[in-house]
Design a binder for this molecule. Structure first.
Ligand SMILES: [Ca+2]
Ligand SMILES: [Ca+2]
Length: 371
């Protein structure tokens, strides 16, 4: 979009945010695509003044949103995601019309069209928001587990994101919309050795230090830790994150290969990988957090997730709160590690290994669902 067009769009957006303008948009005439095509075909791009609205009634995405409201008790989150998905083609088509009007010098019609694009997205977002449970939990929580040891969590709100990538490995496709329907807390950092020792009394780590992430823990070791932690600090139901929760939280609203962008370099400010770590893990939380306040999502230690790994699982995954295949022989690990190349730490990359394995680049972080 050119600078002038950007300005027109910005004005339309600003206008929409006021009540009076929102009412005016309700009465804005829709655009007749045939008239637009006729204008394009006419010599010299002459503009006629007899264009009549051709589109009548609610747009499909709006019908979908209304349908969602009627079925709010069943599959509400999927419905909301559908409202959004349906809105995109409407908005894309209208944006093309708006661009055409602009090219023809019909700035008033272009402005009307841009306003309607904003309106479509605004309606779709309202539909999504109306189906999501209200989140009243604190943005961060620190849980005292005794002995002067605490666990710090960040609230992850429900939402929809695109899981997987076409720019990765064969188990990362198809890219599919996934909705996380319940708010949950996720560890701000990987579980440290101080926390592990508080619960288990022993430290299996190869790389020692109280603020270092606990390493050399198997998936089953993590489950044992969580069982004991829930006995020490009941009422939370601490657990491993699902693979979908992990990727949702890692991306934090981004669609790039890493949350900080699409280029591997420089990773120094963001993640401990083989080129930045000097081949050792590092104390947790020393680099920049992602936009949702989570540290070391790229690199430091691989993080166990609750799911069994399935190569073709994305092709059959449910769209809401996927839990992974029912059976398997390998558990999912995410985020790469200090001893792996940068691309292993991509947001979409899926690692997997035998759940009994205790490797010195395997760790985890804790999740729990907001009640
Ligand atoms: Ca990590
Ligand atoms: Ca992989």
């Amino acid at each position: 979009m050119s600078g002038t067009k950007s300005l027109v769009f910005a004005v339309a957006l600003a206008c929409l945010l006021t009540q009076s303008c929102a009412r005016a948009v309700e009465t804005t005439s829709p655009i007749d695509k045939q008239s637009v095509s006729a204008q394009q075909a006419s010599p010299g791009g002459q503009v006629s003044s007899d264009i009549e609205p051709a589109l009548e009634g609610p747009l499909p995405h709006k019908q979908h949103a209304q349908c969602c409201k009627m079925t709010a008790s069943t599959g509400a989150a999927c419905c909301a995601a559908g409202a959004w998905t349906d809105a995109v083609p409407d908005a894309d088509a209208l944006m093309k019309d708006a661009d055409t009007f602009y090219e023809l010098g019909r700035y008033r019609d272009a402005a009307d069209a841009y306003r309607r694009v904003v309106r479509i997205y605004s309606d779709a977002l309202d539909a999504v928001a109306s189906q999501m449970p209200a989140v009243t939990a604190d943005a961060t929580v620190s849980v005292d587990i005794g002995g002067g040891v605490r666990l710090d969590f960040v609230l992850i709100k429900p939402g929809t994101f695109k899981m997987g990538t076409t720019d990765g490995e064969s188990d990362e496709v198809p890219v599919h919309a996934v909705t996380i329907t319940k708010p949950f807390y996720l560890g701000r950092v990987e579980v440290t050795q101080r926390q592990w020792v508080r619960v288990m009394d022993t430290d299996p780590s190869r790389f020692k230090g109280p603020d270092m992430p606990v390493d050399s823990v198997s998936w089953y070791d993590c489950e044992e830790f969580l069982k004991k932690l829930n006995e020490i600090s009941p009422g939370h139901d601490f657990r491993l994150p699902t693979e979908a929760e992990w990727e949702y939280a890692c991306r934090a609203g981004t669609t790039s290969r890493w949350w900080f962008g699409g280029d591997e370099m420089p990773m120094e400010p963001f993640g401990w990988v083989d080129t930045t770590s000097l081949n050792d893990p590092h104390p947790v939380g020393r680099l920049q957090p992602n936009p949702w306040g989570l540290y070391d999502m790229h690199g430091n230690l691989w993080e166990w997730c609750s799911d069994w790994w399935g190569h073709d699982y994305y092709g059959q995954s449910p769209s809401s709160d996927p839990q992974g295949p029912e059976y398997g022989d390998k558990k999912v690990l995410r985020g790469g590690s200090f001893s792996n190349p940068g691309p292993y730490s991509r947001s979409a990359n899926r690692g997997y290994f035998d759940p009994t394995a205790r490797r010195n680049n395997y760790g985890f972080r804790i999740a729990w669902t907001v009640k």
